[in-house]
Design a protein around this ligand. Structure first.
Ligand SMILES: Nc1ncnc2c1ncn2[C@@H]1O[C@H](COP(=O)(O)OP(=O)(O)OP(=O)(O)O)[C@@H](O)[C@H]1O
Ligand SMILES: [Mg+2]
Length: 350
């Protein structure tokens, strides 16, 4: 059931419109990520939900109630920012207690709630510490506890992990997801990190220039991107030139090879077509059995996966294979064949 609803949300700063007709229905307990490049309007939409920014047009509803003209403190929303937003002159417990004090909660209830929140983020032992005595990851966990303490109806997180180093980022994103699921709180998480969005979201909104380009599960966004922007922004993408040979049967030609693809082809026989291929849709093959062939230009050993780049008639095609301790990766300069799984090819609309 829809809990947070954004209808035709627009925002202009002066003459510049930065959010265009943003529509979204978010279910109760859902974890939604806004994913998109810098400047595409992620923070602006988030700030409109929180009430820090007034929409130029449109409506924001929570649990069926219009919030559009309510002040931030009337919306019961928790927010976590990019970094270093704790009150520096308050210890951890007082930071977490802040919203509860403002709300006029009795002292004994505050103490109980602060204890619960510190247990939730596993920082009971640091209650007396000041922000400057905490690591970046610990500070962000305190910021999360502070946001959640007043039991908000919606949690908003604006790139909460971007200032942290890679290892902490991965462990903290999993912790955020666990806490969110435990509490069942409706959450919007802003990031420009695709792996982050893919790994922890129920659904992702891929944003481009103030618009929601595509809304879908991580599986859908990655495997069935509906726009060229989504296809190239999320994940690594190869674009292959093909020619339609039998439109009705879904048959195309890539170079000399004929393939049957899983997509409905909108173009007539003989017309050119662009197909996208994820790196994992390719595998090393004997040139006679391969879809395309070319010269290895680089081979990157990434541990569990090896990424090989092959020059195919002036175009670079990247493909991934799992590490196999029994066979050495291809060497630069070698001629290799790449077999493509035709069911994994994505048709790119013009
Ligand atoms: N107060 C403001 N006045 C004028 N322009 C603004 C204001 N706030 C944001 N903008 C502009 O609106 C656009 C969207 O900004 P926004 O902060 O929402 O982007 P973002 O997607 O969060 O980017 P980032 O990933 O860099 O945080 C940008 O072009 C920005 O310059
Ligand atoms: Mg932002």
């Amino acid at each position: 059931m829809t809990f947070l609803k954004l209808t035709n949300l627009k925002k202009s700063f002066g003459a510049t419109q930065v959010v265009h007709d943003f529509n979204m229905a978010i279910d109760k307990g859902e974890f939604i990520s806004f994913l998109g490049p810098s400047g595409c309007g992620k923070t602006t939409v988030l700030r409109m939900i929180a009430g820090f920014e007034t929409p130029s047009a449109g409506m924001i509803e929570i649990a069926g109630k219009d919030q559009t003209s309510l002040k931030p403190n009337q919306r019961n929303i928790g927010m976590v920012f990019q970094a270093y937003a704790l009150f520096p002159n308050m210890n951890v417990a007082d930071n977490v207690a802040f919203g509860l004090k403002i709300a006029g909660m009795p002292r004994a209830d505050i103490d109980k709630r602060v204890k619960e929140m510190l247990a939730l983020i596993h920082l009971e032992h640091l209650a007396e510490r000041y922000p400057y005595q905490l690591s970046g990851g610990q500070q962000q966990r305190v910021a999360l506890a502070r946001a959640l303490a007043p039991k908000p109806q919606v949690l908003l997180l604006d790139e909460p992990l971007s200032a942290l180093d890679a290892k902490i980022r991965v462990s903290l994103r999993e912790e955020i997801r666990q806490i969110q699921q435990k509490l069942g709180i409706t959450t919007v998480f802003v990031t420009h990190d695709q792996e982050e969005a893919l790994s922890i979201s129920d659904r992702i909104v891929v944003m481009n220039a103030g618009k929601a380009d595509q809304i879908g599960t991580p599986f859908e966004i990655y495997n069935r991107p509906t726009t060229r922007f989504v296809a190239s922004f999320v994940g690594t993408l190869n674009v292959l030139d093909a020619v339609v040979t039998d439109q009705a049967a879904g048959i195309v030609k890539i170079g000399e090879k004929t393939l049957k693809i899983n997509e409905q082809i909108p173009a007539a026989n003989g017309s050119p077509l662009q197909l996208a291929m994820r790196p994992e849709a390719g595998s090393l093959a004997d040139p006679s059995d391969a879809t395309i062939a070319g010269t290895v230009t680089s081979s990157q050993f990434l541990g569990s996966v090896i990424r090989t780049r092959v020059d195919v008639g002036g175009k670079t095609v990247s493909f991934d294979t799992f590490n196999d301790p029994g066979s050495a990766p291809p060497v630069v300069g070698a001629t290799v064949g790449v077999k493509i799984d035709p069911s994994a090819l994505i048709l790119l609309a013009e």
